[in-house]
Ligand binder design. Structure first.
Ligand code: ADP
Ligand code: MG
Length: 304
């Protein structure tokens, strides 16, 4: 039978919008000593918007056309970065919908490729561009250094730079920024004061991830993780003897949520994440996680 103290704590949690699926999940929460937090949509709001557009080469004369092509390429992507691109095109009254699109492909954890108006368009990170073996615009090595410096500068501000390639040539850099949720800092400080090791896990690049981690007080970052490898990071911590909680919102996070001793889904996230988790944080605030762990400790004290 479920101890009464566990039922009481589960009920209190529910009143705070923290839905715990099983008594076992609450009991395990009280033993958690490592927490892995997804970045985008978990620590941050997950609603990125475009902050910078840096066209390259001939595209400097027509940044709107470049943005239109990129937005059209992202049309069928469900990624928040795609939504940011499409919203920016709309904001500038650029009609990406009218363009012909074909051979759309999602490269998980990298970006998208699509044929737009007869042009091969790619939008994604440096790994995507490397894989496509994209040439540089007709510029010298100096410019390549400048591109790399621009990307590092944007990443250092916690922004995520996306590269756009058109017909096999690098055409521009677009940066997006996401805001940290209002109580992420407070929640992370509370977890650390409980002696819990906090790790940020993200598919985003290392420089961007470290800048965001610094803003929120996380000192351990695992960046550039492909969706299929997120669960391995949980397993590594478990192999080192930790009882691990994972918090995430995306389809990408589902295997890691299932692998963790306790999986927490952000209630405003995807259904797949919620189905894979043991606990749902309805409001999306990480303070829900802190409260749940406090309630779990209280319940464990009563069980003895
Ligand atoms: P996250 O853990 O941040 O949700 P993902 O695994 O979804 O990361 O993506 C990792 C990286 O791949 C992103 O930071 C971005 O650089 C690139 N990427 C993924 N999807 C897209 C897309 N639709 N458009 C542009 N870039 C993308
Ligand atoms: Mg996410």
């Amino acid at each position: 039978a479920t101890p009464l103290s566990v039922m009481v704590s589960t009920g209190r949690a529910a009143q705070m919008g923290v839905l715990i699926r099983s008594a076992e999940a609450l009991e395990l929460s009280g033993r958690v000593n490592a927490i892995v937090l997804d970045k985008t949509g978990t620590i941050t709001a997950g609603k990125p918007s475009i902050t910078d557009i840096l066209p390259l080469g001939a595209w400097r004369r027509d940044p709107d056309r470049l943005l239109t092509l990129a937005a059209a390429a992202e049309h069928d992507s469900e990624h928040p970065l795609a939504a940011a691109m499409i919203a920016e095109a709309k904001r500038r009254d650029l009609s990406a919908d009218a363009l012909n699109r074909g051979r759309f492909r999602v490269h998980a954890g990298l970006g998208v490729t699509c044929e737009v108006d007869g042009h091969a368009v790619a939008v994604g990170n440096t790994d995507l561009i490397d894989r496509l073996d994209v040439g540089m615009p007709s510029i010298g090595d100096e410019d390549l250094d400048a591109i790399i410096a621009d990307m590092e500068g944007l990443s250092g501000q916690g922004k995520t730079p996306m590269l756009i390639a058109v017909d096999g040539e690098l055409a521009g850099i677009v940066a997006v920024a996401d805001t940290v949720k209002p109580d992420s800092v407070q929640a992370i400080a509370a977890l650390r004061s409980h002696g819990i090791a906090v790790t940020m896990l993200t598919g985003d690049n290392e420089t961007t991830a470290k800048a965001v981690a610094k803003q929120v007080g996380v000192d351990h970052v695992v960046a550039g993780v492909r969706p299929e490898n997120k669960a391995d990071e949980i397993a590594k911590l478990q192999a080192n003897g930790y009882t691990v909680a994972m918090v995430g919102d995306g389809i990408n996070d589902a295997p890691a949520l299932a692998r963790a001793d306790v999986g927490f889904a952000i209630g405003t996230g995807t259904d797949v994440a919620i189905q894979s988790a043991d606990v749902t944080l309805m409001s999306g605030s990480l303070m829900g996680l802190v409260h749940e762990i406090d309630l779990a400790h209280a319940a464990l004290r009563n069980i003895g």
